[in-house]
Ligand binder design. Structure first.
Ligand SMILES: [Zn+2]
Ligand SMILES: [Zn+2]
Length: 271
């Protein structure tokens, strides 16, 4: 049977995919917050001694816990995120009448709080009544490894170049991987997606590590200290384990700086 042009391209770029694949992990979850599983989406956080539930730096209301991760129990260690509890708080408030617009996509927003607290320095479970808008707890009981690939938007930064020509008969695409000496010209529009996403695509839904599922563009934040591009850590997608929509089906991302563990960032983008 003759292969289609796109199948030939995918086959020729297997070495490129091998170079760029990353291991990622799907959380295996169930509803609830058993104290044996400190890693969870939503619910109540562990807090520092004498601390109350963290409030939004913009509107002053309690922020929602998006995720809490017991870093020592993760399937892969990513120093410095290999000890303590990572917590991501996020203010979901959009109240037009009160002129409160939190629910912010920008990294380092006052509506976000990301931190790692030391598990042994007297942290305690939250005991009061959680804020009314907090998300129901979903605990992470295990992780399932899979292979993740870069999103099409990111391919050119990794040496894959696309030239698109639009005309009356549809789009024609050229694909060039100079390093691997792979060149295809005048590819017709394939069935079932665009050329780039058929070559390699990043996984949607919540995941640890892997590649960001970019929606608008490549937007790694820069560390406020060393100004280097931050590294990818975790994806929180709309309406997966957290019942929240970031904009219009946006996808959220957690980043870290390997040299400055105090700098963590959360961003999201939507189409
Ligand atoms: Zn707020
Ligand atoms: Zn840094």
């Amino acid at each position: 049977m003759m292969s289609t042009p796109i199948e030939d391209v995918i086959a020729a770029l297997k070495p490129w995919r091998e170079q760029n694949k990353r291991r990622a992990y799907r959380p295996i979850v169930r509803p609830g917050a058993d104290p044996r599983h400190l890693s969870r989406f939503g619910g109540a956080p562990l807090l520092l001694p004498d601390e109350s539930w963290p409030a939004c730096g913009q509107c002053g209301h309690p922020m929602n816990l998006l995720i809490q991760l017991d870093l020592t129990s993760l399937p892969e260690a990513k120093p410095p995120l290999n000890t303590g509890l990572l917590q991501v708080f996020y203010c979901i408030r959009t109240n037009v009448e009160a002129n409160e617009f939190c629910d912010d996509y920008a990294p380092f927003s006052p509506c976000h709080l990301l931190r790692v607290i030391d598990e042994v320095s007297g942290v305690k479970p939250f005991t009061g009544q959680p804020p009314s808008e907090s998300f129901p707890p979903v605990e992470i009981v295990d992780w399932e490894a899979f292979e993740d690939l870069p999103n099409g938007i990111e391919h050119d930064l990794l040496g894959l170049r696309y030239d698109y020509r639009f005309n009356r008969d549809g789009t024609k695409t050229d694909v060039h991987w100079d390093e691997g000496n792979v060149h295809f010209v005048d590819l017709p529009e394939p069935e079932g997606g665009d050329v780039a996403s058929l070559i390699a695509d990043s996984a949607e839904r919540d995941k640890l590590l892997g590649w960001p599922n970019w929606i608008q563009g490549v937007e790694y934040p820069n560390c406020p200290d060393c100004e280097r591009e931050m590294e990818y850590f975790f994806q929180i997608d709309s309406e997966d384990n957290v019942p929240h929509m970031f904009g219009d089906l946006g996808c959220g991302h957690v980043f870290f700086c390997p040299d400055h563990p105090e700098h963590l960032a959360f961003t999201w983008a939507c189409g």
